[in-house]
Design a protein around this ligand. Structure first.
Ligand SMILES: Nc1nc2c(c(=O)[nH]1)N[C@H]1C(S)=C(S)[C@@H](COP(=O)(O)O)O[C@H]1N2
Ligand SMILES: [Mo]
Length: 386
């Protein structure tokens, strides 16, 4: 059984305990996401655009563009012109080069099906609360990204063996004193054949809010590695001193008590996504007739494969293995399904728990951390069978 405290946190997740209701805020900006073609998404911030996907819209293996979450720290670049776009490759290279989108499109094209998730997805469920966008469950989605291998692009400039990291620069423009969105990826991951500079998303040119005309795709790693509006790759023989590398996206290297301050020396860069599952059906709070109920959703674990998903229909007292079904792709979530007979009127707290191929198990309570990253505890929905 799960403890009282855990149960409380699951009830909060399932929306059964009073919490700040962001829906009131959205009402003030009807259709605010419309001009981005994202009218069904929840507006967490309008400027810059931060839009969350309602869980019910995450029920398909590929997330349609109009339902795909948006996370931007800074306003998008004012002008986006593919014809004049240049990707500059410099730093620790034999000869710096500048490539046009046409030149990048002429390199061998690779398509990667990938689950992209914001490190802060689920942040709103941490107790004590932490600052930042108060995402619930929908800062995640799966898309097919097509582009050139980052390795092929780096080879065009002759990246040197002394290269340790590849710094990624973008065209979004910081407001006031905000630091520019500069990230780095270690050389080994940059050179990995699945790491891309992508120009298409779900078979169409990447849209403006998702990073047109070019973005990095760093599969399996938290979303902020996949830099949008990519303008430069700068090979470094050291670590980048950018704010977003040196200070941002850091996670404790040891377990910390909820709410505790963590020393900078005990923090390391966040890398891969955590093992996690999400129930996309039935909806939380659904009222269903007695009969067969199918619980379904997705499970993912960054660079690791999913090996199993267990479902509990009795608040965690017992668990049954769900069936893993549908498409399997290395960096994409996996569909799970579990049907059960709900014979009499009853309230069910349904939980899901994923395990990855390395044996990591989704925990009952996510590990609290100062920035509220990688919230990944068992998913839960309460339903009423009438
Ligand atoms: N240039 C730039 N790239 C960026 C960001 C940004 O603010 N600026 N946000 C990052 C973060 S935090 C995430 S989670 C993903 C979100 O990608 P999406 O908006 O396409 O869903 O983009 C990443 N790439
Ligand atoms: Mo993110």
């Amino acid at each position: 059984m799960i403890s009282r405290r855990d149960l409380f946190s699951h009830l909060a997740m399932a929306g059964l305990v009073a919490r700040f209701a962001p829906a009131d805020l959205f009402a003030q900006a009807p259709g605010a996401a419309q001009r981005f073609g994202k009218e069904k998404l929840l507006v967490r911030s309008l400027r810059p655009p931060d839009f969350e996907t309602p869980v019910a819209l995450l029920d398909s293996f590929i997330t349609p563009i109009e339902h795909f979450y948006v996370r931007s720290h800074l306003p998008a670049p004012a002008s986006l012109d593919a014809a004049s776009w240049a990707l500059k490759i410099g730093g620790e290279v034999d000869a710096p080069v500048s490539l046009s989108i046409d030149e990048i499109r002429k390199l061998p094209a690779v398509t990667i099906t990938m689950t992209l998730e914001c490190a802060g997805n689920g942040r709103s469920f941490f107790d004590p609360a932490v600052a930042g966008i108060q995402w619930e469950k929908g800062a995640v989605g799966t898309a097919r990204f097509t582009g050139a291998r980052m390795a092929d692009v780096l080879k065009r400039a002759g990246a040197k063996a002394t290269g340790k990291n590849v710094e990624m620069h973008a065209a979004d423009r910081p407001l006031g004193t905000m630091p520019a969105f500069v990230r780095q990826v270690p050389m080994a991951k940059a050179m990995h054949p699945d790491t891309l500079v992508a120009y298409d998303m779900n078979g169409q040119p990447i849209s403006a809010v998702h990073g047109f005309p070019l973005r990095a795709i760093v599969p399996g790693w938290e979303g902020a590695y996949s830099v949008k509006w990519l303008t430069a790759l700068n090979v470094l023989d050291k670590d980048s001193d950018s704010f977003w590398v040196a200070t941002g996206y850091r996670y404790p290297t040891r377990r910390v008590a909820p709410g505790a301050a963590v020393d900078a020396k005990d923090m390391a860069p966040l890398v891969g996504l955590a093992v996690k599952s999400l129930i996309t059906r039935p909806a939380a709070g659904a009222s269903l007739p007695a009969g067969q109920v199918t619980v379904a959703g997705f499970a993912w674990a960054g660079e690791n494969d999913i090996s199993k998903v267990d479902v509990s229909i009795d608040s965690g007292a017992t668990w049954q293995p769900a069936r893993l079904v549908g498409e399997q792709a290395k960096f994409a979530w996996r569909r799970f399904e579990h049907a059960f007979a709900a014979t009499k009127p009853e309230s069910y707290l349904i939980l899901s728990r994923a395990t990855d191929a390395k044996g990591n198990v989704q925990p009952a309570v996510a590990q609290w951390n100062p920035s509220g990253y990688l919230w990944n505890q068992y998913d839960s929905v309460r339903i009423e069978v009438k």
